[in-house]
Design a protein. Structure first.
Length: 184
């Protein structure tokens, strides 16, 4: 929501897509998600820039392992910095910018096959809640956008919103967003 409020043209584009595909007489349903590519792109772009678990969940090496010439010793604790992966300019153009459209013309997904985007992890310990989270993220966001207009607190301009983050096991916005719903 913060990224969309700071990029009002993207917010309008998601709302326009929902109105085109779903109309205004009913709520967005799970079965609509696949027909809302820009909404899906917004969720991917958000998880790229602001992964819920910035270092995934710590893992332990049970034995000495060699990966790509690096030795990971037995008992080492492994953190995967997906936050940094998401902002790596060798992988992403304009890495720090919120550009959901980058996902419209490629197949990159977050289900653990594309290692540049693994906010749910990958492999045998991939998040088992992914299918539920996938549905909930799209439905909640689409419901908020299609039922209300949104504006920032009085007097705050998009470029003035504090985007600093607090790094814990989960990533949090340092200063919570205050957004006001308006009648559409
Ligand atoms: C936006 C939503 C969510 C994100 C981004 C997320 C992300 C993650 C990540 C990064 C991991 C660690 C993967 C790894 O270390 O390789 C994880 C593990 C896990 N997640 Fe999620 N998760 C989300 C929602 C959920 C939900 C809704 C549930 C349950 C209903 C859930 C249940 C779990 C469990 C049980 C694990 C531990 C799996 C294991 O260690 O084998 N998660 N999740």
């Amino acid at each position: 929501m913060t990224e969309l409020l700071c990029n009002p043209e993207k917010l309008s584009r998601v709302r326009g897509e929902i109105i085109d595909i779903v109309g205004t007489n009913r709520q967005v349903q799970e079965s609509d998600i696949l027909r809302l590519p820009f909404l899906q792109a917004v969720v991917k772009e958000t998880l790229r820039l602001h992964p819920t678990g910035p270092f995934l969940i710590p893992h332990n090496a049970e034995t000495n392992v060699e990966i790509d010439g690096y030795i990971i010793p037995k008992n080492a604790q492994i953190l995967v910095n997906v936050w940094a992966n998401g902002r790596d300019s060798n992988t992403w153009s304009n890495a720090d910018s919120f550009l959901p459209e980058r996902f419209l013309n490629n197949q990159i997904d977050f289900r653990g096959k594309d290692f540049e985007l693994i906010p749910f992890g990958a492999g045998q310990r991939i998040c088992p809640g992914l299918p539920l989270a996938y549905r909930m993220l799209h439905l909640m966001l689409a419901t908020l956008i299609s039922n209300f207009g949104w504006k920032l607190e009085k007097g705050i301009k998009p470029e003035e919103v504090d985007m600093n983050e607090k790094f814990r096991l989960t990533l949090q916005k340092a200063i919570p967003l205050k957004a006001l719903p308006t009648k559409l």
